[in-house]
Every structure is written in structure tokens, then in C-alpha cells.
Design a protein around this ligand. Sequence first.
Ligand SMILES: Nc1ncnc2c1ncn2[C@@H]1O[C@H](COP(=O)(O)OP(=O)(O)O)[C@@H](O)[C@H]1O
Ligand SMILES: [Mg+2]
Length: 590
Amino acid sequence: MFWRSVVGKLWFTFLLLVSFVLFVLTVMLLEFFENYHIKESEDNLTDLASNISHFIEDQELEIGLEISWELLDDITGAMVIVGEKEPYYSPEIESSLELPVSFFLKDEELSKVLTEQERVRKIIEVSSSKNNKNSRVLVIGAPIEKNDGEVGAVYIFQSLQAMQKTSDSTTKFILLAAGIAIILTTIFAFFLSTRITAPLRKMREVVFEAARGKFDTKVPILTRDEIGELATAFNQMGRQLKFNMNALSQEKEQLSSILSSMVDGVITFNRDGTILITNPPAERFLQHWYFDLEGKAVEAEAVPQDVMELFQWAVDTEQEQVGEFSVQGRYWVVIVSPLYNKKFIRGAVAVVRDMTEERQLDKLRKDFIANVSHELRTPISMLQGYSEAIVDDIAETTEEKKEMARVIYDESLRMGRLVNELLDLARMEAGHIQLTNEKVEVHSYIQRIIRKFQVLAKEKGIRLLYDQYLDDAIGLFDPDRIEQVLTNLIDNAIRHTPEGGEVRITAKTDEKWFHIEVSDSGSGISEEDLPFVFERFYKADKARTRGRSGTGLGLAIARNIIQAHKGHISVQSKLDHGTTFTFLIPRISG
Ligand SMILES: Nc1ncnc2c1ncn2[C@@H]1O[C@H](COP(=O)(O)OP(=O)(O)O)[C@@H](O)[C@H]1O
Ligand SMILES: [Mg+2]
């Protein structure tokens, strides 16, 4: 763990560096010390040797030797050979340095002092018998030439052990320095670890948090160095990221809320045709489609084949494609346009619109025109036929002519009524219905309307009855409009009731409403026709009889009037037993 950390690596590197530098330093120092020491010793010993040789040359041998031995210190030994005599060794010589004469004479270089009167210097390895250790010895030889012509040599030798000691102490010193360096490096490493690793670790935690989507945590700025700057930069980045993420998610939310609150369905496709996004209306469309398939195995992500074809077309032609489908009795228009990723098509977006109402309106409009034309055609052809008959003098008697003129008159009345009702209805449906509300004493008001029909009812042999539970109730409504409704209802009832039947008008009231009921014992309306009687132009009795037959607009107008009064109209009927129309208007209208 420690080795993996930055500080560990730094620590190790520093250690390696220090060790390396110290090692090189040691080697160089030792080399330098040795050379220096040997040079020094050589110079000293050479001086010494020439001094001794001078003494021995100038003085008596005994005295010369005496003086010479005085010059030597305790680590230096000397041996003097003069002529053929036994060699003289300095008295305080170390046993290890007691080299035999033969040693000097056999050595090719050292023997040159005697043979060729040369000065020599040499470092020799001497193995001491005591501890089996080789010690190096520096030997300096100088020739002696006495006045009497006798020749000899002086060899001075010094062990280089002393130098070993110096280098040993140097090594020790360097080791100590290395130890201190290591300790210092370690301390330095710990210092670094608080200054570098700790903030780095903090930063790492925060980065992980940020990766998990938490941008709020801040990196503490512990130092003012690059790491501190890094922390500042990181905090800045976090802020920026948070800001950007917020902006992004806001945008996304906006987009999704736009998508979900759209009335039109939206489906986005991948290039390969898989659905990426849908919104609720689009899902409704797909649901309808799944339902239509009724159990046929489809994948959940499947799209109607026709839509898929449109998608393929859009992708292939790179152009918007429009298609229309009817699913579950509803009409859908699908517009598929390609989605670009720079220059390439990366999919397509389909906008699905429920056009059912528009289609129904279209149909209604067409039907309306057809109905109006149809309604007008009958009276017009009658007018034409009868007027032609009069012009061509087909009628012979005045009676017949009168009869024909009567038909023409009736039909023109019917046409006028139709046009008036149409206008009325059109105005109402366009929202132009104007109510002139008045206070009305309901009981006498209804009585008055019923009175209008008494004659007609008597003519047809129908009993017209009136039940009321009103107690002088006063209503607030548009009396002319409500009269229009009641007139139509009673007229219908009388028209559809055979002789001997009865039409009963009942008026009641409660706290909120006036209930007015027109029921008859007439032909009734069949169950299939019942839901449609309030539609304009709807006629349950398809046979259009001349004269008093209606236009099919009366109930549509009645419903409009009642709705304008915030009331309610309904019908109950049983074929061949009778029909009951009930309407409710609020007691306080308005
Ligand atoms: N009381 C009723 N009994 C039987 N059928 C009725 C009655 N009232 C209305 N209808 C049916 O409803 C249709 C629509 O009535 P309405 O809108 O008043 O048109 P219109 O009276 O001009 O024919 C009538 O054509 C008739 O077939
Ligand atoms: Mg009518």
C-alpha cells in the first residue's frame, strides 16, 4: 500500500538517490584518500630514505645507523644492507614487517637498488602469519655508496594499515550520513504525506462522490501550492459540472414535461426502429393497437407495421412521411420525420395525432349539408310539381286548384320553418344564444301554452292533461325559449299519438329544479333510435309525410335551449306504449 502511494514512490526514489550519491562519494573519497595518503607517505619515506643513506654514507656506520633509527617512528621500519655484511634492521620493528633479505634481493624491482643503484618504490602484499590477513606495505629503496666504494641499500617500509583506518572511518562517517539521510528522507516522506497524500486522498474521495452524482462536496484547500491550486480548480470544475448538470436536467425535465403535456403523441425511434421515447398520447395509440391485435403475440416494443413502413420510408427517402390509420374506431394521423445527427440520420420522430373528432366534425358537416339538401329537396320538388300542374292547367276544378295551392302554401311554410329552425340552431351552436330571463309564474305560464294545443288535440281525439305540483312557484328563465321547447315536445307528442290516446304534462318543483314532463301513450321510439333523437335531422319515423311532418331539428333546438339554461333534458320510451320527455331547469337560472 505504502509502496504504491506517491509518497512511497518519492521516498523510495530519494532513498535510492541518496544511497547512490553516497556510494559514488564513498568510492571517490576512498580512492582520493588512498592516493593522497600513499603520495604523502611516499614523499616522506623517500626523504627519509635519502636522509638515512646520506647519514650512512657520511658517518661511521654505527653512528649513522644510530641516527637513522632515531628518525624512524613506530609504524615505520627500515633495513640497511652494506656490502656483504648482515643486514641491519631498525630496532622497534613490528614482527609482521620483519622481511627477510632474500625477499628484497629476489624481487626484481627492489633488487635494482643494489644492482643498478636506483631509487625504487613499490607496494607489496605481505601475508602475516598471525591472522592470515594480507596487509599492504609501502617499500622505498635508496642506494648507499660509501666513500670507500662500498655499496649498499636502505629499504624503508611502512604498513598501509593506518590508511585503512582512515578509509574505515570515512566509510563509517558516510554510513552515518546515509543513516541520517534515510531518517531525514523518512521524516520528509511523512511530511510529504501530510502535505500531498492527505489532500490527494481527500480529493479522491470527493471525485468518487462526484462520480456518484454528488457535486456538493468541496475539496478542502489545505495548501497554497499546486495541490491547493488543483483543489481550487477541482472545486471550480465541480461547481461548473453541477451547474451544467442542473441545466441539462432542467432541459431534460422541460423536454419531458413538454412531451408529457402534449396533446399529440410523440414516438422517437432509433435507426434500427426501436422505440426510444414515447409520451402518454403515443402510449394510448400503441395500447389501442395492441388491443386491436387481440392476443396475437407481439413484443412489448413492437410498433404497428404501417408505422414501421412509414419509418422505413422516412429513413430511406430522408423525407417526412404522413400516414393515416384507423385503430379501434379512432382515426390517427402519423407524421414521421427523420432525425439528424449532424449529417447522418440517427432515427426518426413520429408525431401521432388523434383525428377522430376532426373526422367526425367533417362527417357531421358533410351529413349536415346532405341533410339540408335532402330536407329542401322534398318541398322544392313538391312546389315545382304542383305549380307546374297549375301552370299546365292540369287541375280542372277550382277545388282542385285550391287544393294544389294549399299544398304549395304548406310546403313553403315548411321550408320557411326549416330555414328558420336551421338559422336558430346555427346561431345557438355558434354560441350566440341570448337569454332574456324574466320572472315567470310557472303554473299559469304552462297553462297558457297547453291552451294553444287544446283545439288540435280535440281534432285528433287526444286527451290533453295537465298535473301540477307547483304552489305558485316563480321561475327565472327565458319564457319564449322555454315555450319553444314545450311547444315542440307537446307537438311531437300529439303528432305521434293515435286517436284516443292521451298526452300528459306534469310540472313539479323541488329546492333546486323545475321538473317538466311531457308523456304520451303514442307510438314510442325504438331502442336503437332513442340515443339519437336529440341529434339534428334525426327522425325516428323515416317516412316523410307531407305537411305537418317535422324537420328533425326541434329536439336539437330544445336541447340547446335547455343547456343554455344550465338544465337537462332526457327521454324515456317504449315502442307502442309511449314516450316521456323530461326536462329540468334550475329554479334560479342564470
Ligand atoms: N313523443 C314522441 N313519440 C314518438 N316519437 C317521437 C316523439 N317525439 C319525437 N319523436 C321522434 O323524434 C324525432 C325528432 O323529433 P324533432 O326533433 O322534434 O323533429 P320533428 O318533430 O321535426 O320530426 C321525430 O321525428 C320522431 O321520430
Ligand atoms: Mg318536433
